[in-house]
Design a protein around this ligand. Structure first.
Ligand code: NAD
Length: 360
């Protein structure tokens, strides 16, 4: 038996349950502490999930004083920065829920603190563990597309707006982009080796969320429910990104990679008003190429076998901690994702193209 890995959970809301269930499937891992700022909530969570050896806290800093190896941070986006900086400085390895932060400046500091402390900061983008994502990545990285010069990603829900903390700027930082858009940006850019974003021109709106006809919490809604952006990336590559929580349309189009030798079309899985966004579940992948001058479309076989993506994410994190490996989904890479979201919000507010400045 290996040493028991002691885990703390910060934020005991919806997604924390998925973290706990995943940890519970792994040998020699124990949840020993849970913190939530709402009095009594961590204790209820511990009871409900039968975490018999866990101690409840109301302040994450108290939890971090205890004997722990690693933490899962499952708080709303606005607390990601402070909780992860505190956890890294307290010597813990960190699995942080997406999106990484609210602003780019926060994300830059989080990476600096991870580097300075030598502790791991891994961001929870579980769709990366989808086997079809790995197929897609292999095709792109094999060079079959030639030079990729255009990528279009995101997608749109006809009607699929969450509520609660997700629609409040003070807690979420952004709306559809922070909730679902960050996934498609991650999947597309990760496949391309995460080229550095240089500038962005964007538009956002919230005509649906702020209208009581469409959202029961319209009076509290102050994030975007729609966003579109043209992002210039290093290496003469452009990203056309579109995301919507609600619209009068069935689709904002598939994910496309255009290369000089071939193109790749990816459609998301699922039907219904909450689908239409590429969040890692793949409906189809088609390679567009020429064979002896004939326009050819080759469907790439979709791997149907079920993978518990959440479990894969948590398992990979635990294994990396045990083996002293680098973060499986490093914050230093996701910084570029955050830079794009930050740039979109700035550009939309200023109504003009803005530059993206990242540390070298
Ligand atoms: N990876 C995924 O599939 C996935 C899915 C849903 C949500 N998320 C992300 O997980 C995060 C949480 O989402 P959720 O749906 O669980 O939200 P939630 O509102 O259900 O839960 C958040 C909890 O954190 C607590 N909290 C807030 N600030 C805190 C602090 N400083 N210290 C301790 N506790 C604090 C709140 O009281 C609440 O109980 C968000 O960042 C969201 O984007 C990820």
């Amino acid at each position: 038996m290996s040493k028991v890995l002691k885990i703390g959970i910060i934020g005991s809301g919806g997604i924390a349950q998925a973290h706990v269930r995943a940890y519970q499937t792994i040998d020699d891992v124990e949840i020993v502490a849970v913190a939530d700022i709402v009095p009594g909530k961590a204790a209820d969570f511990i009871d409900r999930l039968q975490l018999h050896n866990a101690i409840p806290y109301e302040d994450h800093r108290r939890l971090l004083d205890s004997d722990l190896d690693a933490v899962s941070i499952c708080t709303p986006n606005a607390s990601h920065y402070a909780t992860s900086i505190d956890a890294l400085r307290a010597g813990k390895q960190v699995l942080l829920e997406k999106p990484m932060s609210v602003t780019l400046d926060e994300a830059i500091e989080m990476v600096e603190v991870a580097n300075e402390t030598g502790n791991m900061l891994s961001i929870g983008f579980q769709p990366r563990y989808d086997p079809n994502m790995q197929t897609l990545q292999q095709i792109i990285r094999s060079g079959q597309l030639g030079k990729v010069y255009y990528v279009q990603t995101g997608g749109g829900r006809r009607r699929g707006m969450p509520g609660g903390t997700f629609i409040r700027k003070d807690l979420a930082g952004a709306g559809a982009m922070a909730d679902i858009g960050c996934y498609s940006i991650d999947l597309a850019l990760h496949a391309l080796g995460y080229p550095k974003p240089l500038s962005v021109s964007a538009f956002t709106s919230n005509y649906f969320g702020t209208n009581p006809k469409y959202h029961p919490e319209a009076s509290k809604f102050d994030v975007e429910d729609f966003g579109v952006a043209m992002v210039r990336l290093e290496g003469d590559l452009v990203l056309n990104f579109k995301i919507s929580w609600a619209m009068h349309m069935d689709t904002l189009g598939p994910t496309l990679f255009l290369g000089t030798d071939a193109g790749l079309k990816v459609t998301p899985a699922g039907t219904g008003p909450w689908s239409g966004v590429w969040d890692g579940r793949v409906g189809s992948i088609t390679l567009f190429h020429d064979i002896l001058g004939h326009h050819t479309e080759s469907p790439i076989p979709i791997r149907e076998h079920k993978v518990d993506l959440f479990r894969e994410k948590v398992f990979d994190f635990v294994t990396a901690v045990r083996e002293g490996r680098p973060a499986p989904i490093p914050a230093s890479e996701i910084l570029r994702n955050q830079a794009i979201i930050d740039g979109i919000l700035r550009s939309a507010q200023l109504r003009k193209e803005v530059d993206i400045h990242l540390p070298e």
